[in-house]
Design a protein around this ligand. Structure first.
Ligand code: HEC
Length: 162
């Protein structure tokens, strides 16, 4: 989807400048940060869709908490690492923080989880509105807003090194 601002010639403006001007932009920074310590995370399942291979990762602590019936800790990131031809193409990230749900009205809220789409260089996809991520993931409220929750619950942590 093209930026709506295109015809105003504002494309070169930074997001924050556009926000200061009170303009409606599609791209939006959220509180989510680029995947950290990705090599320390547990790869708990893989979803393959044609040429797209999605590795789902999160922390051992988050998996343990869920399997013990506890909420995942604040600071948890759940990452969908999307590979095409064995090369990383993009990262979809959900991250949880204290009171983060308050940033949104109830219709949009996904608990305290926020979403973001990152390119591998750490920039966000400026064409995306993360409201779309939330509205689809809202349907999974009973499963921690996740689609692969069952895989996470069934993952055997003893398969990976502590
Ligand atoms: C139309 C529905 C839909 C939208 C929109 C959507 N997702 Fe998802 N998401 C899914 C499905 C379904 C899966 C399970 C993997 C699969 O089937 O490819 C998933 C998986 C994930 C996962 C792995 C954890 C889990 O829920 O299983 C993350 C992280 C994620 N999505 C983030 C995002 C982000 C970030 C966005 C927006 C940029 C987004 N999603 C938009 C449907 C959606």
């Amino acid at each position: 989807m093209p930026l709506k601002l295109g015809h105003l010639g504002l494309i070169g403006l930074s997001l924050s400048a556009a926000t200061l001007l009170g303009l409606q932009v599609r791209a939006e920074p959220t509180r989510v940060t680029f995947p950290r310590n990705i090599d320390d995370l547990v790869h708990y399942t893989t979803v393959t869709r044609g040429d797209v291979v999605e590795h789902m990762l999160t922390s051992r602590e988050a998996i343990q908490a869920a399997q013990n019936g506890q909420p995942m800790p604040d600071g948890t990131q759940i990452i969908l690492a999307d590979y095409r031809n064995d090369k990383i193409y993009r990262y979809f990230v959900m991250e949880k923080g204290p009171g983060w749900g308050d940033d949104y009205d109830a219709r949009r809220r996904t608990g305290d989880w926020q979403f973001q789409w990152y390119w591998p260089d750490g920039s966000i996809n400026t064409q995306e509105n993360t409201m779309r991520c939330q509205s689809c993931h809202q349907s999974r409220a009973e499963q921690n807003y996740m689609f692969t929750y069952r895989d996470l619950m069934n993952f055997n942590l003893s398969e990976v090194k502590p």
